[in-house]
Design a protein around this ligand. Structure first.
Ligand SMILES: Nc1ncnc2c1ncn2[C@@H]1O[C@H](COP(=O)(O)OP(=O)(O)OP(=O)(O)O)[C@@H](O)[C@H]1O
Ligand SMILES: [Mg+2]
Length: 481
């Protein structure tokens, strides 16, 4: 339910004010009254009204003059004139001076209410539109996020919209190296919380009990080794943002506690009986399929839906190759400055790739996405001996990646007395390799193609000891070990 709309009535006749007030308050509007132009202006200075009902005849000023003054101060608040004459001429003058509408005494309640509702609705819509436009403009102020492709433009629009809200939880998904953490930081930096702390929690790196004391803190003596009271990440992030990286790896018990913080905005430090209240925005990221994890019962359904209020999915780099040149440029600038190499007097980098090298970059599949590209550029800057860099500064893996090939021992056919188990395993292995190669090495895509959860694919890759590293060149490298 939106806020109650506020209406200001400026009319010197008490009974007119009274009957309008009764009528409008019954409709749920919040009403202020003024009997003179001076009082009316004072009220307008203090409150932003959704609508002003203005009498044409005031003791200290004509309604038309007051209307002009109101318009000078503020173009947007709709004004509706109340006239006793119903003369077309007066009405036309009022509309010319910027009134949205007029009605004459005595009025028809029904019609009046419909008109007021329409004016207020229209104004709110316009307001929302300007807010949205302003927000969208700010999208261009993500100097460290490169991406003009259609998919990245959509992502950045969403980031902008999400930043405008204070507490909406966002789940950021995407393959490794697609920029999930970068996006999380951008949401924080563009939100009303920007002046407070951004805390990133790598959910995967801590054992469950340590994770909990890290998150929620503990009091002195809560467990062996708790020599002093410690504030947890949630308290440190108060009024700021907390970012859960690799959220899928959090254990079921911690998930329950996290759910409680999201719902109640409070938690209990370990060993403490007192709850602590916090105001934090929660962002989470995952590069695995959380929904699958949920279907397998390893991720709480309620937590999943709480986190996934808004989903920002970062496209893999191979799906937005048009962004590669700008990214190359961006990382050249960064690493030339860092290495104090090929930096022009304008601070820009003086290095570029020749055509052949650029083509290789455009054609590569980028399983490690932007992080992989960034590493390639850093390496190129270090190795370059000429400001027009060629393919010789690119890593081997790129030079020979004519598509993605898995190293495998192709020569060994199954013996005729192979067991059913071995036959099945062999078939599975071939199918998985085929899918991985077709997906350019992306396990997420391969799992989708095979119609199995990513986690299942991971298990199978391990069990069947499939070497998922790319095979250099077109030649079949023999597999070590
Ligand atoms: N659109 C982009 N523009 C510029 N730099 C980017 C962009 N996206 C990612 N990067 C850079 O690429 C690197 C990897 O990004 P980040 O760490 O955010 O990825 P991630 O999705 O969190 O990866 P992982 O899943 O492995 O944790 C960072 O150095 C980041 O600054
Ligand atoms: Mg990350």
């Amino acid at each position: 339910m939106p806020d109650r709309a506020r209406i200001l009535i400026i009319d010197d006749e008490a009974d007119i004010r009274e009957s309008l007030l009764t009528l409008l308050e019954m409709e749920g509007y919040s009403i202020d009254e003024a009997a003179t132009a001076a009082d009316g202006l004072r009220a307008l200075d203090q409150v932003r009204y959704d609508l002003v009902l203005l009498d044409l005849m005031l003791p200290d000023k004509s309604g038309l003059d007051l209307l002009k003054e109101i318009r000078e101060r503020d173009k947007d608040t709709p004004v509706c004139m109340i006239t006793a004459y119903g003369s077309v001429e007066v009405a036309v003058n009022a509309l010319k001076a910027g009134a949205q509408d007029y009605f004459s005494k005595p009025w028809d309640n029904e019609k009046l209410l419909i008109e007021i509702d329409r004016l207020i609705g229209k104004k709110r819509l316009e307001q929302e539109n300007t807010q949205l436009k302003r927000a969208l403009k700010q999208r261009y102020s993500f100097p460290n996020i490169i991406g003009k492709s259609e998919r990245m433009t959509k992502v950045l629009d969403l980031v902008t919209q999400v930043s405008a809200s204070r507490s909406t939880t966002v789940l950021i998904t995407g393959e490794t190296g697609t920029g999930k953490e970068l996006i999380a930081k951008a949401i924080h930096a563009h939100s009303a919380r920007a002046d407070h702390t951004f805390v990133a929690v790598n959910s995967g790196s801590l054992p469950p009990d340590l994770l909990e004391s890290t998150l929620f803190g503990h009091i002195k003596g809560a467990f062996t080794g708790a020599h002093a009271t410690h504030k947890g990440y949630f308290e440190l992030a108060n009024r700021g943002t907390i970012f859960f990286d690799e959220i899928g790896t959090i254990g079921i018990e911690t998930q329950a506690k996290l759910l409680r913080v999201i719902q109640e905005k409070e938690f209990m430090p370990l060993g403490s009986g007192d709850t602590v209240k916090v105001d934090v925005r929660i962002l989470a990221a995952t590069n695995e399929d959380l929904k699958k994890r949920m279907d397998e019962g390893r991720f709480r359904e309620d937590l999943y839906y709480r986190l996934n209020v808004i989903n920002i999915n970062l496209p893999p780099l191979r799906d937005r190759r048009e962004d590669i040149p700008a990214l190359v440029e961006h990382f050249f600038t960064k690493y030339c400055a860092e290495n104090e190499k090929y930096v022009g007097s304008d601070g820009k980098s003086q290095i570029r790739f020749d055509e052949e090298a650029m083509k290789i970059l455009m054609d590569h599949n980028w399983p490690g996405n932007i992080r992989e590209l960034e590493n390639v550029i850093e390496r190129a800057v270090v190795l370059a001996t000429h400001p027009v860099a060629g393919a010789d500064v690119l890593p081997e893996t790129l030079l020979h990646s004519q598509g993605f090939r898995i190293r495998q021992d192709e020569s060994a056919p199954l013996p005729p007395d192979a067991t059913l188990f071995e036959v099945v395993a062999d078939y599975e292995r071939r199918k998985i390799i085929e899918a991985l190669e077709a997906a350019g090495g992306s396990q997420t895509e391969a799992a989708a193609k095979l119609g199995i959860p990513l986690s299942t694919l991971n298990q199978k890759i391990k069990r069947l000891s499939i070497d998922v590293r790319r095979r250099p060149g077109g030649s079949a490298g023999s597999q070590p070990g």
